[in-house]
Design a protein. Structure first.
Length: 161
């Protein structure tokens, strides 16, 4: 691939005196050297350190106003985007809350149904008879049963002998 430096080397190679650079001259003179010359190997670049400690930046009064305008426009754009996206985000969160409340309602309905079944089992007559037998309850004789009569308008609790 031909670069500009390579083209210049080819153009001016015939006119240059190779005695100025002994490495290039030795390479061209000695055919046993098989390494091709590097492009522009005879050029030396000098790097000079530049110290800018004493240089002060010139202030631009219009740049400050431009920066504040840019900051204000970016903040207003962010507020606008947040304002546009806020209702949809609120709707999304409300949807999650509705779903969690539906799941909790279903769980409570299942728990209520299981408690009603358990209550029905506990209050069944067979269970009551079993508890009475376990605690050795007996039915009272019919002579000791007192029926309350509330037709006379008196109190419900009466002492009878």
């Amino acid at each position: 691939m031909a670069t500009l430096a390579t083209m210049y080397n080819r153009l001016f190679e015939r006119t240059l005196d190779h005695t100025a650079n002994p490495r290039v001259g030795a390479r061209l003179a000695d055919p046993s050297i098989r390494v091709r010359p590097f492009a522009n190997e005879d050029i030396y670049f000098f790097v000079k350190r530049i110290d800018n400690n004493g240089v002060l930046r010139e202030s631009d009064p219009a740049a400050r106003g431009t920066c504040w305008k840019l900051i204000g426009s970016v903040v207003s754009a962010v507020v606008l985007v947040v304002g546009v996206l806020l209702p949809s985000a609120y709707g999304l969160l409300a949807g999650y809350q509705v779903q969690s409340l539906k799941q909790e309602g279903q769980r409570l309905a299942n728990e209520q149904a299981s408690l009603e079944v358990e209550e029905a089992q506990m209050l069944s007559p067979a269970r009551m008879e079993e508890l009475a037998r376990m605690q050795q309850f007996i039915d009272p004789p019919s002579q000791k049963v007192v029926y309350l009569d509330t037709r006379d308008g008196g109190s419900l609790a009466m002492n009878k002998k």
